[in-house]
Design a protein around this ligand. Structure first.
Ligand code: G3P
Ligand code: CA
Length: 738
């Protein structure tokens, strides 16, 4: 891992202050490192290795000195040789057991099918051309020097890398098909000894064969051995136990890249095993595996990886958020201190980007940056891209601005929450299913992390330092589905309790400022919301919908406090603001985005966390916030405010509820609940009767998310609850009132 990447992974900060007793403000903090010192989603080596897979095999014929030369020129840390053995017991660098694919054996020895290496002597193999096939297969990359390239012996390959690498380039060799070549391990060790590289710390021996590696362990106890894995080899195995078992001979594991998820990283790093996935060629894949904390990667494109590990780059994707009809917040995170350039355009080829902004990424925000793009046109799709000025690696995104005020446009939004709790960690399937719906925007309804739960990012919870909180956000951003949803959809994120700690009340929870800082660092949040840390604000989608985003944590009285006229969840100012927003809104739909439910009792008895006191399950429970919700409910009915929908997650099951709080037989407002996306799955229970709820649908024990569509033309709104694969479990049309 080059110096720049080290810097990017670690940071430390803390100080606490609070002004008005009921208001919680984020405290400015000094910053030293960004590493939380416990995450298993970061390299356990100080040198993330660029391993040139079969040489720089994207640019030249694999396993030829020409391809090795390019790998060295591209500053790879290691050149990888696959080994086969000839009829006369010589080790050569070749991937396949036959000569057919990468030499002209078929032409030179037409009657020797299937041209198995073990059927040819070294002399016969040395007459082969191991380069021309590449020119034929990759005409855009063809080079004269590839014609007549020989198959190198292991000896020649080692001496070539030693000579041209000036001792800085390491060797990485795989015993391929050891069962076909008895004695291959002994031959290998003999050649390594002869070339005085056996003791080198820049040497790795790898194999899919455990027997072969255990044999090498006996022959050369101090050599670093890498156990390679395909998915089939790990199927049904407890990874932690498997890695514990192999750690008596292996220094690391080499998994096929799709196997690398947080659980894999945790199991390997907890056993002090390096993780070197194969074969990773696109910069997106290289970057996403680096964000998981791998210790090296096999790649056909060593140059692309060197560029990432050498200089700060966009490490955890991009996002857009708090989008209005004329503005958007763009977000990105880099792997180290640098400047980030954002370009915005209405054409995806960026021929003439019309806004270009550069922002500095510093350790004080864990190298996360955000910037406001203003002066945009309503109802327009914008394309943006971001890159660290130190790097050519660019990440693209897009979003659509809200329609102009007073316009009535159809809308599709998705909402979900509860991600990373009770042992659930990436990958989460729901995000891809959401993304596939091409929604106009995504409402992330809280518990976007579980700071107080054990996961690979924080194996010793609860999160204390801002680095712990940052590590949690980075952990969830390793989810490819979430990254792609954020890249192509405007997102509105709200916090709930697990962004700080379970069931917390802002003013009285010491961790609030730290959790709040990290939340603001990792979500694109407009000044409208982040000023004074209000976090509550209204976003309009033309006259189709007004979304009033609440802050259910920042101003809350303690859950244990007995309910009464003065007990508040929102704080007086926010409560007045909400009433005014509901009254002033002339949108078809008034959507109240709340992070806690109305009638599902949550939290604990005598410390209820939602509005309900749950006295249907705990008679005379003095807590909850029903007094305050009654003020909101009564206001809606008194003012005859129509088409009000409360949208939430938090309860870890899906439910759709209608309320007739004044018992006049007419529905006064609805509540739409989805989730979890990735947390413990719970079954629905009974509802607190206070506001006369009637359940229209309730289903638990499955991962799910919600879809809300509004069609002004038919004056209808539709709610859907879909499972993590996108299958609809419930759908209902609401005829809207005029
Ligand atoms: O050695 C790591 C990786 O290369 C394994 O697959 O088939 O390319 O040798 P393969
Ligand atoms: Ca290999």
């Amino acid at each position: 891992m080059k110096k720049s990447l080290v810097a990017g992974l670690a940071c430390l900060s803390l100080s606490l202050s609070s002004t008005a007793p009921w208001a919680v403000l984020a405290a400015p903090h000094e910053t030293v490192t960004t590493d939380n010192g416990q995450s298993t989603l970061q390299p356990i080596t100080s040198n993330v290795a660029v391993i040139a897979h079969r040489g720089a095999s994207a640019y030249g014929p694999e396993h030829t000195l020409a391809a090795y030369k390019q790998a060295i020129k591209m500053k790879a840390d290691y050149v990888e040789f696959d080994l086969q053995m000839t009829k006369d017991g010589q080790l050569i660098a070749m991937h396949d057991e036959t000569l057919a694919r990468t030499t002209n054996a078929k032409e030179l020895y037409p009657n020797r099918a299937p041209w198995r290496v073990k059927d040819f002597t070294l002399d016969e193999i040395k007459r082969l051309d191991a380069g021309s096939w590449f020119n034929a297969a990759h005409q855009e990359l063809e080079k004269k020097e590839y014609i007549g390239q020989q198959v190198p012996t292991l000896d020649e390959a080692i001496q070539f890398v030693k000579k041209h690498g000036h001792g800085k380039v390491g060797l990485y060799m795989e015993t391929k098909a050891p069962n076909v070549y008895p004695g291959m391990e002994e031959k290998l060790i003999e050649i390594l000894q002869k070339n005085k590289v056996l003791v080198s710390k820049n040497l790795f021996l790898e194999s899919f064969s455990e027997d072969s590696l255990r044999k090498l362990k006996t022959l050369a106890p101090n050599v670093q051995l890498i156990q390679l894995y395909t998915g089939a080899m790990l199927k049904g195995k407890d990874m932690y136990q498997e890695f514990k078992r192999i750690s008596d001979y292996a220094s690391g594991v080499g998994p096929s890249k799709e196997l690398v998820v947080p659980k894999f990283m945790e199991a390997a790093h907890q056993n002090q095993l390096l993780v070197h996935p194969w074969t990773v060629n696109s910069q997106d894949d290289l970057a996403s595996l680096l964000s998981l904390g791998v210790d090296g990667e096999f790649t056909n494109n060593p140059d692309k990886m060197v560029e990432l590990v050498d200089k700060p780059f966009i490490s955890h994707g991009v996002a857009s958020g708090d989008v209005t009809d004329t503005s958007a917040i763009l977000w990105a995170r880099t792997s180290g201190a640098t400047n980030v350039q954002f370009e915005l355009s209405t054409d995806s080829s960026f021929k003439k980007p019309f806004i270009v902004k550069t922002v500095h990424a510093g350790a004080e925000h864990d190298y996360a940056v955000q910037t406001k793009m203003d002066g945009l046109k309503p109802d327009t799709t914008y394309f943006y891209r971001a890159h660290a000025v130190s790097s050519s690696y660019t990440v693209n995104g897009s979003f659509k601005t809200a329609p102009a005020e007073n316009s009535l446009k159809p809308l599709t939004m998705v909402w979900g929450g509860d991600t990373g709790g009770q042992g659930e960690i990436p990958p989460y399937n729901s995000f891809k299913a959401m993304s596939d719906l091409n929604p106009d925007f995504f409402l992330f309804s809280g518990d976007t992390i579980y700071a107080d739960n054990k996961t690979p990012a924080v194996p010793n919870p609860p999160s204390q330092s801002v680095q712990d909180f940052w590590a949690k956000y980075k952990e969830n951003r390793t989810d490819a589905g979430l990254r792609s949803l954020l890249q192509k959809t405007a997102t509105f994120s709200i916090w709930d309790d697990h962004e700080v700690t379970n069931d917390f009340s802002g003013p009285s929870q010491p961790l609030t400022p730290t959790g709040l800082n990290a939340f603001k660092d990792y979500w694109p949040i407009s000044d409208d919301r982040s000023n004074a840390d209000k976090l509550y604000h209204t976003y309009s989608y033309g006259d189709t919908l007004d979304m009033m985003i609440l802050n259910n944590r920042g101003y809350r009285d303690p859950n244990t406090q007995a309910d009464g006229a003065d007990k508040t969840m929102l704080g007086g100012e926010q409560l007045d603001w909400l009433k005014k927003q509901l009254l002033d809104s002339d949108a078809k739909i008034k959507l109240v985005a709340t992070s806690v439910p109305i009638s599902v009792p949550t939290g604990k008895a005598n410390a209820r966390d939602g509005w309900a006191n749950g006295n249907q399950v705990n008679p005379n429970d003095p807590t909850g916030y029903e007094n305050e919700f009654k003020k909101i409910s009564d206001f809606i009915m008194e003012k005859g405010i129509k088409n009000v929908f409360f949208v939430t997650t938090d309860v870890h099951f899906a439910q759709v509820i209608k309320y007739d709080a004044n018992h006049d037989g007419k529905t006064d407002y609805h509540e739409l609940i989805s989730g979890p996306i990735g947390a413990v799955k719970i079954n629905p229970g009974t509802l607190d009767p206070t506001f006369s709820p009637e359940s229209m649908y309730a289903e638990g024990n499955f991962f799910n998310f919600g879809v809300f569509k509004v069609d002004p033309a038919t004056n209808k709104a539709t709610v859907e609850i879909r499972d993590e694969n996108g299958k609809t479990h419930f759908s209902h049309d609401f005829q809207l009132e005029d």
